[in-house]
Ligand binder design. Sequence first.
Ligand SMILES: Nc1ncnc2c1ncn2[C@@H]1O[C@H](COP(=O)(O)OP(=O)(O)OP(=O)(O)O)[C@@H](O)[C@H]1O
Ligand SMILES: [Mg+2]
Length: 589
Amino acid sequence: MNEGKIVRVNGPLVVAEGMQNALMYEVVEVGEYRLIGEITRIEKDRAYIQVYEDTSGIKPGEMVYRTGSPLSIELGPGLLGRIFDGLERPLDGILELSKSPFIKRGVKVNSLDRHKKWYYKPIVKKGDTIEDNDILGTVQETELIEHKILVPPSVKGKIIDTVEEGNYTVDEPIATIDMNGDRKELYLMQKWPVRIPRPYSEKLEPTEPLLTGVRVTDTIFPMAKGGTAAIPGPFGSGKTVTLQSLSKWSEAKIVIYIGCGERGNEMTDTLTSFPKLKDPWTGKPLLERTILIANTSNMPVAAREASIYVGITMAEYFRDQGYDTLLVADSTSRWAEALRDLGGRMEEMPAEEGYPSYLASRLAEYYERAGRVRTLGKPPRYGSVTVASAVSPPGGDFTEPVTSTTLRFVRVFWPLDSSLAQARHYPAINWLQGYSAYVELVADWWSKNADPKWKEYREYMVKTLQREDELRQIVRLVGPESLAEKDKLVLDVARLIKEAFLKQNAYDDIDAFSTPQKQVRIMKLISLYGQKSQELVEKGISVKRMNEKITIVTDIIRSKATIKNDELEKYDELEKILLKQFEELSKEV
Ligand SMILES: Nc1ncnc2c1ncn2[C@@H]1O[C@H](COP(=O)(O)OP(=O)(O)OP(=O)(O)O)[C@@H](O)[C@H]1O
Ligand SMILES: [Mg+2]
């Protein structure tokens, strides 16, 4: 393969000549240190290379070596519970995040451990015909996850040899096939180029909710397995905490957390909090289902651009095994800034606010990789990739290019509001601006599994909050005295909705996670309160009087943090008292 010569170095961008026949997106090794880079533009024999490691000291005249391969990652047992950088190089611990440089330049490290043996149980036998994505066998990777060993895409053939059940490393052959007359060995591990979506059989409508345990993101703006969400929010409004809650509590089988261009200390927080946590669905350590990818603000900018693709490729790989996976990225604004930085150095014509003109197509391609699918391969199975990304618009301006472009491609919108955050209303998701395209799709699930009235209760809450907003505008103009009692009641019920349901403390042991069953119990009480109080207001009881008499409201508000998910019978008691207090009050009519 021909070699090229460096003619220019501009930060992470290196230009080399003599690169005829090089391929777009081919990985190259740059200079004496053999830094990893990727070709992002070719003009005649000139290649523009984005380099994933610090280029200081690299000079024109040094050589560039082609590899002939696109940027690929290793997929196999040994990913779970690990921390990788944006190129899937293992970071051995949290300590490395606070040091710089992280991995010595030019050092080639294997992503998956070559020494560790995994107990592999084959499913296929000699003589079987196998093809793309069939399950060859399994490895119990962690207590939580059985890793399905897959036939790599576009591999087909007849098994001529397979190993017995036993311990194998990721690079020992576990099966040999005859593929069009050639012998081909298969391993516990496979490779996949990160910029190419992994194939599947069919994309399906997302109809199952991806439960998050967070009431506003489950009920008001629900997420579906295979869906897409954006969490835009100004500085300090709770983006990271929201993504952390999702990765900790959501019902996904596999979680991939990408810390993309955020501050190192924020990522360290995430990393130190994870190992201590247990999965609320299984009680097992959360890390057993989690992969962390860290490319913090002090790490090379080009690797930040790649980290998103590395993460989503891992998510697709677990999807192909038949799992529901969740990818969270904090934040795609920093990723877009990496694109802008690299585009600028390539002297591309900038579009809006300096971002490259392909920002929209890159974002579209990224979100397009989410979805619920019927996978390729035998036995038949379904899997999903759900994507939730934080967006950090400068100054909280949602009309800026990254936020506004993202909004075109996501189907759930959880906008964080700085005035709510300042008022310590967390999660600070603005209930008037938020949106979910999945409400209708998941309503059936809620009706069957939680309460047939879920949708009705939800609509009641949403309408009350909208009406409250209209009334607040009137109050602003003419003062609160002008409101009729029934309107005052709307404000009163809206307050209850916010206090008892929407506000949720991510740091409270009980409140942090609400099961769907608990959510509907709170919703039922709110709706009961709304209905009963309206009846009495119509009969002439004032809202003030009601607030004096219906004292159980305080307990209803507190119940989110006092009643555990497995003590829901306590809600019967609250309901009984509520009805009794209304009964008493109705005597005053
Ligand atoms: N659900 C929540 N429950 C309790 N506190 C919260 C919640 N969400 C956010 N907070 C508080 O808000 C603070 C800031 O949140 P966070 O770090 O997530 O903001 P951010 O939007 O990621 O900020 P930045 O723009 O700096 O990345 C947290 O440290 C926490 O104190
Ligand atoms: Mg943050």
